[in-house]
Design a protein around this ligand. Structure first.
Ligand SMILES: [Zn+2]
Length: 190
């Protein structure tokens, strides 16, 4: 179980002795921390990630890259994204973009500053831009995307604090159900 104290450690960038690996999270704005931390448990993260994994499997069954995403607001899933590429025709059909757009359509952008995005893979540059524009509070992902990821690549669009005019980046929590997400990616490469 992830208690509030552990989440604070995560925000300070220390790696807790757990089976998950956590990336440094130093940038959750103070006003959002209590809300985000007060609700999070490992069981919560895994429950929402399992939903994202299910969506990823649906994407795979449609000959698309197996990635799935959900946006959670106040403990409830408010939108879902099923990757729509490469079989789909939209060049922006990534699961995170689709989930964010649906969340904006359903709730309005202002509420998303206390929302969480769960996604099976670390968001790419494009999705990171969208997440930043939506001002989502916390991004929880399963498996790193080192080449084009917005956190671990050489262009950390999701977490960069130096982009002029952009609000502070979301908090980031990586490695939730990583092995399941790794198997998804492997299935996508077969
Ligand atoms: Zn993307």
């Amino acid at each position: 179980m992830i208690c509030r104290d552990k989440m604070v450690l995560i925000q300070l960038g220390r790696r807790p002795a757990a089976r998950y690996s956590f990336l440094p999270v130093a940038s959750i704005p103070k006003g959002k921390r209590m809300h985000v931390n007060g609700q999070d448990t490992t069981a919560d993260h895994e429950r929402f990630m399992r939903r994202a994994i299910l969506l990823a499997k649906i994407a795979h069954s449609r000959n698309n890259t197996p990635v799935g995403s959900v946006v959670v607001l106040d403990g409830e899933v408010v939108s879902e994204g099923i990757e729509n590429l490469p079989a789909g025709s939209s060049v922006t059909g990534h699961a995170e973009v689709l989930a964010c757009q649906m969340a904006v359509d359903k709730t309005g952008k202002s509420l998303l500053e206390r929302a969480r995005l769960y996604t099976t893979a670390e968001p790419c540059f494009m999705c990171s831009y969208v997440i930043r524009q939506c001002e989502i509070a916390l991004v929880v992902y399963g498996l790193e995307t080192p080449i084009v990821g917005g956190i671990t690549s050489s262009l950390p669009v999701l977490t960069d604090t130096s982009i002029s005019g952009w609000k502070p980046p979301p908090g980031v929590l990586g490695g939730i159900l990583r092995e399941e997400c790794r198997q998804l990616r492997a299935a996508g490469h077969q």
